[in-house]
Design a protein around this ligand. Structure first.
Ligand code: XMP
Length: 509
């Protein structure tokens, strides 16, 4: 078991960022909702309390019992976490009298404090709080201040418990990473050996123990997560892993063939299944996007189940679920913690009765990519843009026909290959084309045309939760538009979507 840091989530928007920063230090960590703190085990080296939209002055504020941890491992309270420790130990937390949101500078820093080691006076920190610690208990010692926040950081005497009012996890806190390193590496004494190599080694060994000589089935999608999951399991059990890659007729142009070829190159035991007609029949006449999604999900399960039944003695279903899919998000306003619903979670139909193995469920997306790189997975698969499960079905507005799919595949292909040609592919987070159910008038040669409009969509984003439209060069857009109108029969007008998310979404449906 790798040593780890526990992050207790009080509902701050930054909790996942704390986890990311800790892991960037090659230290493993896990997030738990504030009301589900696990029993302390020997592999836990420290505890971080996150921020929160709540106030410790609220009568029903989140206040878990952390005494077992506090007596045995170092604790770091961030923002609400710091206020909670102060409040619970006899300090006074009051509403801030002046606005304390945004950049501030540390005016005083205790050079001898282990948490503040190498933090410079004048260092920029990011504040985001409505309450402030006005008075600290007698056994608390201030270790950093700003002009307006006297208690920017403190330590509790005779224990390794610290509180900081600012957010070390956001990049605006320029030395925030040093503060986290000081806590995790120097104070908690974590050994920083959680690397992709180490992850692969321990995961492969765990998979061998868990699975033994059993057979495993896995559905490949062509995306990063399922591909990396497959390679990890392949390393562990070789040919006992049976992969199924379904052509639902809604993939990008030539994608099924090229990706299938890459999978075979990687040594995977993979079967490509052409189920295009089954999907097209199920989708015929359906225009409602939710009904499309449901039909696709249902047919996928049917196809997958048919294939899995042809294999004998399969005991396990492998899935490429990743950490953000399974983190329980805290409902701080209500008493119960809710589990984030996601299309990758709970997708197991009852009738398949297989045990589930999810080797990536502790990793963030970029960590999955690092593991994939270490496993030498083709860059074509690793650096590919996200692509929705229902594929082109949600990019064809209205009903779906094989002809419409063929038109959109051509348009999308021209757009994506030009992004690669102009070296813009890696500048955007996701790109694609949408086929609109609108015909407009045009003129080609001497003839009047009446054909479809397509919209191009390209966005920049970090995680898809928010996104901006990509400011692609006009010349590039002009070339792509010309090429589409000249080459794709059935399209005579190209528009570019310049909406950000929110209020728009990335996909049109
Ligand atoms: P939106 O449109 O919500 O998209 O801004 C955010 C991200 O989610 C993807 N997306 C989907 N992925 N099934 C999926 O597997 C879906 O039904 C679906 N809808 C949107 C979208 O491509 C983007 O990356």
């Amino acid at each position: 078991m790798p040593e780890k840091i526990i992050i207790l989530d009080f509902g701050s928007q930054y909790t996942q960022l704390i986890a990311r920063r800790v892991r960037e230090l090659n230290v493993y960590c896990e997030i738990f909702p504030y009301n589900k703190l696990p029993e302390l085990t020997p592999d836990v080296k420290g505890l971080i309390l996150s921020g929160s939209p709540c106030s410790v002055r609220d009568a029903d504020h989140p206040n878990p019992d952390i005494s077992q941890y506090r007596s045995q491992v170092p604790v770091l309270g961030v923002c609400y976490g710091a206020q909670l420790l102060a409040h619970e130990n006899g300090g006074e937390v009051l509403p801030s009298t002046i606005r304390e949101y945004g950049r501030a500078r540390l005016g005083e820093v205790h050079a001898t404090s282990r948490l503040m080691k190498e933090i410079t006076i004048g260092s920029q920190v990011w504040m985001s709080h409505g309450d402030t610690i006005k008075h600290i208990p007698g056994n608390f010692e201030i270790i950093a201040s700003t002009d307006s926040v006297a208690v920017a950081a403190y330590k509790i005497a005779d224990e390794e418990t610290y509180g900081i009012q600012f957010h070390p996890e956001v990049t605006h806190s320029t030395e925030g990473k040093t503060v986290l390193r000081n806590f995790v590496v120097h104070i908690c004494a974590c050994s920083q050996d959680w690397t992709p190599d180490q992850f692969i080694e321990t995961t492969v060994a765990d998979l061998q123990n868990q699975i033994g000589d059993d057979k495993v089935v896995l559905g490949l999608s062509g995306g990063v997560d399922s591909s990396v999951a497959a390679m990890l399991i392949h390393q562990a059990i070789g040919k006992n892993l049976y992969c199924i890659f379904v052509d639902n007729g809604l993939l990008r142009k030539d994608e099924f063939e090229t990706v299938l070829e890459s999978y075979k190159h990687m040594g995977l035991n993979v079967k490509g299944v052409d189920a295009r007609d089954r999907f097209y029949s199920a989708l015929a006449g359906i225009s409602d996007p939710e009904l499309k999604r449901k039909a696709i999900g249902r047919v996928f399960i049917e196809v997958f189940d048919d294939e899995a039944h042809q294999l004998t003695d399969v005991k396990w279903l492998a899935q490429g679920t990743i950490y953000p899919d399974v983190i329980e998000s805290v409902s701080v306003k209500g008493p119960s913690a809710t589990i984030k619903s996601h299309h990758n979670v709970g997708g197991l139909p009852d009738f398949m009765k297989l045990k589930v193995v999810e080797p990536l469920k502790a990793l963030f997306k970029d960590e999955v990519r690092l593991v994939g790189k270490t496993l030498k997975i083709d860059d074509l698969i690793l650096s590919r843009h996200p692509f929705p499960g229902p594929g082109l079905a949600i990019r064809i507005i209205g009903d779906i026909t094989p002809q419409k799919v063929a038109v959109l595949q051509e348009v999308d292909h021209i757009f994506i290959s030009n992004l690669r040609k102009y070296e813009l592919y890696n500048e955007v987070w996701q790109a694609g084309a949408i086929l609109l159910p609108i015909q407009t008038v045009g003129v080609m040669g001497d003839e009047r045309t009446y054909e479809n409009v397509v919209s191009l969509r390209a966005v920049t984003s970090v995680d898809g939760m928010t996104a901006d439209w990509a400011h692609l060069p006009y010349e590039f857009l002009a070339n792509v538009s010309n090429e589409i109108i000249n080459k794709v029969k059935g399209v005579n007008r190209v528009v570019y979507d310049i909406s950000s998310k929110p209020p728009a979404t990335i996909e049109w449906e």
